[in-house]
Write a protein of this length. Structure first.
Length: 94
């Protein structure tokens, strides 16, 4: 089950990355005069939604890891069950 949650975090991270690329593309189009501000704003909203979904996926993973460690009585397992990729800080968003 932890592996499934890790996969969900990985997929959510990829969705955030793609949404960021879409924002960049829409900004480039706007600068070139072929895009509208509304398209940029819509892409930014979509990116924020993807970021929230990623936070939810990380939270679900962390909660499951804690429950598993509690159920097995192994507090040492918490460190080994951590996500391989650290949670991105809010400052890394554009």
């Amino acid at each position: 089950m932890l592996r499934l949650r890790q996969d969900m975090v990985r997929i959510a991270t990829q969705a955030v990355d793609l949404a960021r690329e879409k924002v960049d593309l829409q900004r480039d189009r706007q600068r070139a005069g072929t895009g509208r501000n509304l398209e940029v704003l819509a892409a930014e909203v979509e990116m924020r939604e993807k970021e929230l979904a990623r936070v939810a996926a990380v939270f679900a993973y962390e909660m499951l890891a804690i429950e598993w460690c509690h159920a097995t009585g192994s507090s040492e397992a918490i460190a080994s069950s951590r996500l391989e990729e650290p949670v991105r800080e809010a400052s890394s968003t554009r």
